[in-house]
Design a protein around this ligand. Structure first.
Ligand SMILES: Nc1ncnc2c1ncn2[C@@H]1O[C@H](COP(=O)(O)OP(=O)(O)OP(=O)(O)O)[C@@H](O)[C@H]1O
Length: 262
């Protein structure tokens, strides 16, 4: 498969240091660029010296992209996803969200960005086993202070969206791995995030269950007009995405679409 190194798109950029509040004000509905990464570098200082994970990587993500991030174990895929979701910071380089530089001056500001704009699904679901499926899905809204009744109503709706409407009262610990992952997808989407970030969402599941969960991600991605970035080792699932970015030896490459892929 041929690979082309990705270039940053040439759209105009907001002035450096623009405040987070601007993100909301400046997100025009017809804007097609959701994320832009410019010359991103991440390194760790370890006991054995400097570990450069990636350097000078640049790419942009358009609204509606279903983008797979692939690469060898240890290539830095999770780290990249964490930086894009404001859970980690780069050593240098910039991340723009809707043309505005993410430049948080406090942990509270970055938490606010995450809570409003980003939905996360992890390989391990992090559901609270003693709480019902409905309560788990409602959790991000309850954490924001939304009244319990309306948070639970919305959670019921999202459980239907992931085809688990009949499991609302079940404790999450009583459900299967695939069902728990569908609940964590509903929990990620209940806040109606602008981007969905998923780190190996099917990594813990058998092949058939992985297919069910991924098909659900595809359907919700389409029906809710999401922009989704998915780290995966599963090449068959990656090939079902609209774009595939490969992290390799500290650089990022866009894989050309397979012949015949839509
Ligand atoms: N805080 C840290 N300090 C030092 N090294 C770290 C730290 N966090 C991660 N690393 C190293 O960075 C590298 C990339 O980790 P990362 O989890 O991003 O890779 P990955 O591509 O997602 O791997 P996998 O596919 O195995 O999950 C690893 O070698 C890891 O040991």
């Amino acid at each position: 498969m041929g690979m082309d190194e990705v270039d940053a798109a040439g759209a105009s950029l907001a002035p450096s240091g623009a405040m987070l509040a601007d993100v909301y004000a400046r997100f025009p509905e017809d804007s097609s660029e959701v994320l832009r990464v410019e010359r991103l570098r991440k390194e760790y200082l370890t006991g054995r010296g400097r570990l450069v994970l990636f350097e000078e990587i640049s790419f942009s993500v358009a609204r509606g992209d279903l983008l797979a991030i692939v690469g060898e174990s240890g290539a830095g895929k999770s780290t990249l996803l964490h930086i894009l979701g404001a859970l980690d910071t780069a050593t240098s380089g910039d991340v723009y969200f809707a043309s505005t530089l993410l430049n948080f001056s406090s942990p509270r500001q970055s938490a606010d960005f995450r809570n409003r704009e980003v939905g996360y699904v992890w390989q391990f679901h992090y559901l609270l086993p003693e709480f019902t499926a409905q309560e788990n899905v409602a959790m991000p809204l309850l954490a924001r202070g939304e009244p319990r009744k309306s948070a639970l109503e919305k959670a019921k709706h999202w459980l239907h969206e992931v085809e688990l409407g009949d499991r609302a009262e079940h404790r999450s610990g009583e459900l299967s791995g695939g069902e728990q992952q569908r609940i964590s997808l509903a929990r990620a989407l209940i806040t109606q995030p602008k981007i969905l970030l998923a780190d190996e969402p099917t990594g813990d599941l058998d092949g058939r269950t992985a297919d069910v969960v991924f098909s659900l991600v595809e359907r919700l991605h389409r029906s809710h007009g999401l922009t989704s970035l998915i780290v995966t080792h599963n090449t068959a699932l990656a090939q079902r995405c609209s774009r595939v970015l490969r992290l390799e030896k500290g650089r990022i490459y866009e894989e050309l679409p397979a012949v015949g892929r839509a």
